[in-house]
Every structure is written in C-alpha cells, then in structure tokens.
Design a binder for this molecule. Structure first.
Ligand code: G3H
Length: 255
C-alpha cells in the first residue's frame, strides 16, 4: 500500500515537472486546504531541500507567508546553514508579524545558528519617505545583501486571499477582480496568463532581481492554490517547487 502510494506521488511529481517546466517538483501527500498538518509536511520537505542545496557563506532571501514559516519551523542547525545569512525580501506588510519576512528570516537564523539581517521598511511608502529611507546605511546594506542572494525561498499566494489578508482597499480588490488575478508573489498580482495585474510598491527584492538568483524554491500547497501556482510558475523561473497532492492533482486536471 505504501509503495503504491509512493508510486502515485512519484508520477504526480514527474507530470507536474513536465507541465510546469520545473526541474524538481516535490509533492507531499494530502491537501493543505483540508489539514494544517500537510503544510507542516511542506515545511519539512522545504527545510530538507534548503539544507541539501545550501553551500557555505551564502545569502538566502525569504518572503513572508505561512508556508515559508512552516519551512522555518522545521529547520535545524547544520554546518552550511550556520554560515548562511537570512535576509527578508521586503519590509512590513499589513498582516500578522509572524507571517512577515523579517520575523521568518530571524527565526531561520535562530533555528539554524545562522545570521540574519532585517529590513525595517514599511510597504507603500510616500516618495519623500522612500528617498529618505534609501539613504539609511542599515537599509542600504540589507538591500545590497538581497541583491547577492544565492537562494530565494518564497511562497505563492491566492490573489483574493492575499488581498484580504493585507486589508487592501476596495479599489485594489476591484482591480484584481476585473483583471482576473489568480496568484500573488513578491507583492505582484498575476492573472492566469502570467500577466501582472497589480503591484504593491515596496522596498526589497523585485521581480527583475530574481533572474540573478541562482536557485528559487517555491513552497505552496492546497487545491485552492492550483491556479496561482500555475500562473506564477509560467511567469517566473522556479527551480524547485514543493507542493501537495491537492494542488498537484488540481493543476494537472485543469491543464
Ligand atoms: O506571497 C505569497 C504568500 O506569502 C503566501 O502565503 O503561504 O500563507 O499562503 P501563504
């Protein structure tokens, strides 16, 4: 029975990897939408992959979100990760502190014995405040670290859920609905064709910086995220996708 189950999952991984053009896809059993335990398994797989792909003295950029948080929770000390610096891809969002990139970067450092930097910049700044903050040495230095990231670990959000979580204005929600946004990552809202519908202005890692990053690891599961995962993988080059059976089956069914 176990072998059969394993075989089924291996098939899913292979099919998904071909469909999305992603070199490595890891599918964990279950559906995050049904049980929070599955998110923990995504976290466990994410922590394993990060550990395996890491080299000494690297910089790892991390986004916010509950899936990346699940990875942080599963990390353990190791020689390579001890010399790693974890950097948040952005400053604050209007959401719970525990879901923010700053908190997660610091937690990763704590769990692994590594280092971290913080980015104390709120999103959606006025142009004047932006100018001023950019001159801050501490912020400049963190941004320089971000640009040198070897690995980026990010979540993929469902567009509507993310807009609500961030308490976006009715105008933004309307824009997302009209543009049929399905997914969100790095503050960019994307439709199913991979087109950008809306973007939250922010200081931090931008979409164009992603090309310079050697490895990108995405963690996202749940049937409800199928559209989002597909859209974002068509726009950005993801090297490793860690997802669950629920999302994997839904993506393959709709294609
Ligand atoms: O940018 C995407 C979101 O961070 C995803 O958040 O993992 O809690 O769904 P989540």
């Amino acid at each position: 029975q176990v072998m059969k189950e394993l075989f089924g999952i291996n098939e899913l991984e292979k099919e998904l990897s071909q469909l999305l053009g992603i070199k490595e896809v890891i599918v964990v059993p279950g559906d995050t939408d049904q049980s929070n335990w599955v998110k923990k398994e995504i976290g466990r797989a994410g922590a394993r992959v990060l550990q395996q792909l890491s080299i000494e003295n690297q910089i790892v950029a991390v986004t916010g979100g509950s899936s990346v948080l699940a990875v942080a929770e599963m990390l353990t000390p190791s020689t390579v990760l001890k010399s790693t610096t974890f950097v948040p891809t952005r400053g604050g969002l209007d959401e719970a502190v525990e879901l923010g990139a700053n908190y997660i970067a610091s937690m990763m450092a704590k769990k692994t014995g590594g280092r971290y930097r913080l980015l104390h910049v709120p999103d959606q700044l006025s142009p004047e405040a932006y100018e001023m903050l950019m001159k801050e040495q501490h912020i400049e230095k963190t941004l320089a670290y971000l640009k040198k990231s070897r690995i980026v670990l990010h979540g993929i959000g469902d567009a509507k859920k993310m807009a609500l979580r961030r308490k976006s204005s009715p105008e933004v929600i309307k824009k997302l609905e009209q543009g049929e946004a399905v997914g969100e990552f790095f503050g960019y809202y994307i439709n199913s064709k991979g087109q950008i519908i809306h973007r939250i202005p922010m200081v931090g890692l931008q979409l164009e910086n992603l090309d310079q990053v050697e490895l990108s690891i995405a963690v996202a599961g749940g049937t409800s995220k199928a559209e989002a995962i597909k859209a974002i993988c068509s726009l950005s080059s993801v090297h490793v996708l860690i997802t669950d059976e629920g999302a994997a089956e839904a993506i393959l069914k709709k294609s």
